[in-house]
Design a binder for this molecule. Sequence first.
Ligand code: GLU
Length: 467
Amino acid sequence: MTVRTRFAPSPTGLLHIGNARAALFNYLYAKHHNGQFLLRIEDTDKERSTQQAVDVIFDGLAWMGLTPDEEPVYQSTRIKRHQEVALHLLETGKAYKCFCTQEELADMRAKAQAEGKPPRYNGYWRDRDESEAPEGAPYTVRIKAPHEGKTILNDLVQGEVTVANIELDDMIILRADGTPTYQHAVVCDDHDMNITHVIRGDDHLTNTFRQLMIYRAMGWDIPNFAHLPLIHGPDGAKLSKRHGASSVVEFRDEGYLPEALCNYLLRLGWGHGDDEILDREEQIKLFDLDGVGRSPSRMDYAKLMHVNGYWLRQADDQRLVKDVVSRLSNNPDLILDQSHQDRLLTLMPGLKERAKNLVELAENSQFIFAQTPLSFTDKAQKLLTEENCDMLSKLASQLATLTPFTKETINHLLHEFAEKESLKLGKVAQPLRAAVTGSTMSPGIDDTLLALGKEEVLARLGAVTNG
Ligand code: GLU
């Protein structure tokens, strides 16, 4: 049997990280077992399912490197098939037409509640002949739920879960307008897509028992199920905006790398000893559902940031330059041309050591693209005293004649200069850094000067010493 998993999001306009993690687990499980990972867009809610909302899913999955092995299936294109299955269930007596009006259903619910019973459909039309219904009356199609016994699910994460069949009601599979319900469509699609493992959030656990009725009624093989615990916020409440980023786009905008988010989401709720950092290849090699815990995981943003710092330092410099440039591209005052990007590339090893995320990296890189006069942080401004500016002016005239302008010659000059001025090196380097970067944080001063180039360094020094 080839393992086939699927991610089946409804396009809501965002990809919540709980869903993103389900996608990751489906992907890893399939790859671990040499199987296939599929994508189904559950777009039956036409109003919400705009192209834009669908693209959010495509973009999020592509960003996380979770490429489906087949073309995505759009649930909305399969309505005829869903109707065909419902018809088959009607014909085989496994389902029936229900002609109850909205008022009748409301009365039924009220009555059940008054009797202290769950507000369920009472099976009124289950054994009634449709000739009793008014001519042309609209109807829904309901499945006949088993009345006795129990249903046992051997969930690959939750273990054995049992529900007494009396808890299940004759749920609707086709609405009066002929459209399938979610429960029905999911089963038809999972069956037709030959899904062997349904891995999804444990908020779907009760749905599974309802969906099993359809598998049984159709005589279809039942896939394996794995219900993943949800992700909670640091305070234990359901993760939401107020805790911080909760959707994939937000994490991307806040400067997390996809490999960091995936690494973190995997480790959140799945364990493999003390291994904190795992690349995709190791994830595929090690992942299996038996390592998934049963209790909800708590989002730990500090830990994610730590993992992000690790992956940032591993990331390819050229890729980081591209990211920084795109993050800075909406600032019209910056010169983002190739030669400035080349400067950033030479400084990237030092810059990425000092940043925790891509937003910070972009901020710290900004000085490279800035035009004189720079804007200065408060701390930098404080360093540019009259005395320091005089010192920098003197230094500028020496730098002007420095050839070749290399890391070694720059270092040599700075040391010599500090000694002659009876200053500690830091007393020269800090104002110098402030003058050429606008801040007090940058990679080594020698690397910084070298990356900017002599001409630019002199222009920036000139802007503060003449000002
Ligand atoms: N479309 C459902 C959702 O986004 C998921 C269905 C499933 O995984 O079975 O919650």
